[in-house]
Design a protein around this ligand. Structure first.
Ligand SMILES: O=C(O)CCC(=O)C(=O)O
Length: 203
């Protein structure tokens, strides 16, 4: 892998035609070779943990592994979990700088999600915790297996499906988290692993 891992990234985000939202997507942000290599590196290198949440009074393991990296003060509360950041590693710090230029904003943390197979998933939610601030900008990079990413408008119920492919970048901004929820549904087919990196600014 070259010195600057991401110097060859493409910039060509396209806006999705979604009302009450500001969503941009680029399928080939990283070329597939770079994305696959990065998937393998991060899968073995990140401090993955499988947390549990309370569901109807029962402790249930979430169906994916997660790791949180960022600046010291970037503590994140989410579904009753409090995540303390691991210090930046080289690959994530380089990506952060690249994505800050592309998205024209600052990020101080990244949530990494590792979906081992089609059974791993994430339920409906909005990234609207107070510490993400007003109109959060979230840069979401996919490495590995293509997975469907679903949006649902909280008032109209309208649904939009976007298959996120290896090396793709999804940027959500503006009112997206206010009016839309998103999820990564389970799949019964046998699917390979996927890592998703969501860069955020925690206030
Ligand atoms: O894996 C994905 O693309 C979804 C991640 C997500 O929704 C989140 O981290 O809030």
């Amino acid at each position: 892998m070259q010195q600057d891992l991401f110097s060859s990234h493409q910039t060509g985000l396209s806006q999705m035609p979604m009302q009450d939202a500001d969503v941009h997507y680029q399928a080939d942000f990283l070329d597939s070779g770079t994305a696959t290599e990065l998937y393998q590196k991060l899968q073995s290198k990140l401090a993955w943990q499988q947390d549990s949440i309370q569901v109807y009074g029962r402790k249930v393991k979430i169906p994916r592994f997660q790791a949180w990296y960022g600046d010291k003060e970037a503590n994140y509360q989410y579904s009753g979990l409090s995540m303390q950041p691991n210090p930046w590693i080289k690959e994530l710090a380089q990506l952060k700088l690249t994505l800050e230029q592309v998205c024209k904003t600052k990020f101080n943390s990244v949530l990494a999600n590792w979906y081992r197979n089609g059974q791993d998933s994430m339920g409906w939610h909005g990234d609207n915790e107070p510490e993400l601030g007003y109109q959060p900008i979230i840069a979401s990079l996919t490495l590995g297996q293509t997975r469907d990413f679903d949006f649902k408008h909280i008032h109209t119920g309208q649904k939009v499906r976007l298959p996120l492919q290896n090396g793709s970048l999804l940027m959500m901004a503006g009112n997206t988290q206010k009016f839309w929820q998103h999820s990564l549904p389970k799949r019964s087919q046998s699917l390979g692993g996927r890592i998703n990196l969501t860069f955020r600014q925690i206030f």
